[in-house]
Design a binder for this molecule. Structure first.
Ligand code: ADP
Ligand code: MG
Length: 728
């Protein structure tokens, strides 16, 4: 065993359990470190408070004087709980969050020291942004990117830094981040959904998209994780023979959480509670060392920020508990990977969940309106929605029989399927009084208020209706939820606008009553969006064939999935909803493709390092030992040694074959990389990496894993699966 592997195992076995005391009732310290409404009431004048609330509710501008007041109040509050620095906290297109800390501390010209933070610093900053990906929007030499305050997500203090959520835009106003388009999409759906909700209730003046994510992750002992260059560099194991025991006994799922993990979770939940992240459930997942955390759902922008913040906080808390958190979608072969379900719905400012069936026919008609429009939107833009969850790492998980396939479809369950079938039979145009009564009482009225039990049976569906929300299940564990949420809210917004136009036209020109017009349009949508509905087994081969017949897209890899971003239909969609300009969308595609190329390139290089630096030397060491043994036998037995050394000779031969193949493959993969690197068109280059470089990974891995099985454990240098997994 290499010294490094031995030391890591020893260290991991000696970990003390870190006891964490639960601090009484969580509601007592919830959001203590957040500059939320409670603190604003305490620290702001009425005018300033109303101005911030106006900005949150309707996006109204906050003038500079008020911003100064808010900054002053934020500073006073932050310092009172120990903050010394502030930062604009933003989401560059790398997918992670970024921050640059500045001290409140400042010096006046006369040398007097003071703590300074004004409206100017609150509202806008110019980080040296030249190293963030921009897809060509911002010339690097200009380096001009601005962060601007997002008052809809409250500032918070983490450790000793006041963090101010911001958007990140170029000098010319184009989004360089994931938050700016999300805010525009949320604004767009607010407008569109409010207009439609007012058909049913004139009191509605705002609709918020809601998001409840469920974060899956792995915990690995820090020393063990660090002993593996692949985990360190790529967040996953590139090679590694499966442990004899994996998840086949199903003994981890919902099992007793290991003591060390409980300590980490308690600490994490304490931090989250202070930061206002409403964490609610924790449990073991399917694979050994895999866990899940889910909060109560929130307004989508806040929920996205909270998920990103959670991922940051998890890494820090894990470190304290001598763990490394893996968010990679497929850290270990042979056992389940990690996803992040996105539960989504729409909520009015009158307290109604628009995707929740109600107790009256009118409420149910409202439910059906939003339900069917969502189905129609997903049907029209299924390929775009698929693209929003595309990444190099998620390619390992989608369609691998543990996560939904790359084909988008919607599961609604038998009961609602029947309701839609009946609605489809409604006659066109005006309805007779009998027809209306029949519809209202026997079709719409029959939708039970609580569908929850009936609808959540199909875990293979990528987009399932679960009683009062839709659940998007293909989202990767690492993915910034802002991406799928931007697309989902944009497409539903576009759809609701079209719906409103059609309904209004029927009312105006055909003289239909409102509910008749609504029924008429919904009936057409049910007919035209049928192909997206699928209640069967999404993992089956039959579905792959059936989906093809239905002309649903099936983009199995990231470069393929990203193509649709620059289709004219996509550009028109983002333009019409004012979510992204053509420049912004093209830049995004460029950045995503670039990220794909870099990920595959890094992994490919690392394969070379692992094979030449670890696998081959260990194999040769053992092979030499065997050769020595065979030579020894020959010395003793002479020509009679052959039958005695049969096993050894065959092992020597097998190893020689693996060594030769590995050498050939690594060299050929290097050549494929060189060829791909010469391609200047980003999309073609990504395709080349996908089709000509990536396919080597699987075969190289197979040879390495076979060698791991053959070679003497005591010389194998890389920490094995059975040591990495199964924390106590
Ligand atoms: P699971 O998918 O593991 O069976 P549940 O169905 O209980 O879990 O719920 C999952 C998530 O749904 C929770 O994180 C919750 O916050 C979220 N959720 C519940 N209602 C809504 C809603 N109206 N909008 C968005 N998310 C919601
Ligand atoms: Mg779920």
């Amino acid at each position: 065993m290499s010294k490094q592997r031995f030391k890591a195992i020893l260290e991991s076995q000696k970990r003390p359990i870190i006891e964490v005391k639960e601090e009484g009732r969580r509601s007592d310290f919830f959001a203590k470190n957040v500059f939320n409404e409670d603190k604003m009431i305490q620290y702001l004048t009425k005018d300033a408070l109303n101005s911030v609330k106006g900005a949150v509710f309707s996006g109204s501008k906050i003038d500079r004087k008020i911003a100064d007041q808010v900054a002053e109040a934020m500073k006073a509050w932050a310092i009172s709980i120990g903050a010394t620095h502030y930062t604009h906290w933003f989401q560059p297109l790398t997918g992670a969050t970024a921050e640059k800390h500045d001290a409140f501390f400042d010096l006046l010209p006369d040398g007097k020291a003071l703590e300074k933070f004004g409206g100017g610093q609150l509202v806008q900053q110019e980080p040296d942004a030249s190293s963030f990906p921009s897809g060509g929007i911002r010339n690097t030499f200009e380096a001009r990117g601005y962060t601007a305050w997002d008052p809809t997500s409250p500032a918070f203090v983490y450790d000793t830094t006041l963090c101010i959520p911001t958007i990140f835009v170029s000098y010319t106003g184009e989004a360089l981040d994931n938050k700016a388009p999300l805010l525009r999409a949320l604004n767009s759906i607010d407008e569109a959904a409010t207009a439609v909700a007012r058909y049913f209730d004139k009191n509605v003046s705002k609709v918020n998209a809601t998001l409840g994510w469920e974060q899956e992750y792995f915990l690995i002992d820090k020393a063990l994780a660090h002993s593996r260059p692949d985990i360190n560099m790529t967040g996953r194991t590139l090679i590694g023979n499966a442990a004899a025991k994996g998840q086949q006994l199903d003994d981890h799922y919902f099992g007793v959480i290991p003591q060390r993990a409980i300590g980490f979770m308690k600490d994490l939940e304490k931090e989250c509670t202070l930061l206002g992240i409403p964490v609610k459930t924790r449990h073991n997942e399917v694979a050994p060392n895999q866990f899940e955390l889910a909060p109560v759902y929130e307004e989508a922008n806040l929920a996205v920020d909270h998920n990103l913040l959670l991922m940051d906080v998890m890494e820090k808390v894990a470190d304290k508990h001598h763990f490394k958190v893996l968010f990679h979608e497929k850290p270990f072969a042979g056992i389940n990977g990690s996803g992040k379900h996105n539960n989504w719905s729409l909520a009015t400012d009158t307290g109604v969940n628009l995707l929740s069936p109600g107790s009256t026919p009118m409420k149910n008609l409202q439910f059906l309106t939003f339900f069917i429009n969502t189905i129609k939107a997903v049907d029209t833009y299924e390929e775009l929605l698929r693209s929003s969850i595309a990444s190099a790492s998620n390619d390992h998980r989608l369609g691998a029989n543990e996560a939904p396939p790359a084909i988008l479809s919607i599961f609604i369950g038998e009961q609602l399927g029947n309701v839609l079938d009946e609605l489809e039979g409604v006659s066109q145009g005006k309805l007779s009084p009998e027809e209306k009564t029949e519809l209202k009482l026997n079709v719409v009225g029959k939708i039970p208020e609580i569908l929850l039990d009936n609808t959540d049976r199909n875990r293979t569906s990528p987009f399932a209706f679960t009683g009062n929300k839709f659940e998007m299940r293909g989202v990767g564990a690492k993915t910034n939820c802002a991406k799928p949420m931007t697309v989902l809210n944009t497409i539903v917004s576009k759809q609701l606008r079209a719906f409103k136009k059609e309904v209004d036209a029927l009312i105006d020109t055909k003289n239909l009553k409102k509910d008749e017009a609504v029924f008429n349009v919904l009936r057409e949508y049910i007919k035209t969006s049928k192909r997206i509905r699928f209640d069967g087994d999404g993992y089956s081969d039959a579905w792959q064939k059936e989906a093809k017949r239905r002309k649903l897209s099936n983009n199995k890899n990231c470069p393929q999935a990203l193509r649709v971003l620059t289709a004219s239909k996509t550009i028109a969609l983002f333009k019409a909803t004012k979510v992204m300009s053509e420049t912004e969308i093209r830049a995004r595609q460029e950045v995503e493709l670039e990220a794909y190329i870099l990920h595959v390139q890094i992994e490919s290089r690392l394969f070379g390092e692992l094979v030449y630096g670890y696998v081959l030397p260990a194999t040769i060491t053992y092979q030499n030992k065997l050769i020595k043994n065979v030579t020894g036998l020959k010395d003793i037995f002479g020509a009679a040694h052959r039958p005695l050394a049969g096993g050894q000779l065959s092992l020597i031969e097998q190893m020689a074959e693996h060594i030769a193949t590995l050498k050939k493959m690594i060299d050929a993969m290097g050549d494929a990389r060189k060829k791909a690197n010469k391609i200047s068109d980003t999309h073609k280059k990504a395709v080349s990496y996908c089709e000509n470089v990536l396919p080597y990974f699987h075969t190289i891995r197979q040879h390495c894993d076979s060698l791991e099985k053959l070679v003497d454990d005591s010389v194998w240098p890389l920490t094995k699966y059975r040591e990495l997994l199964f924390i106590k």
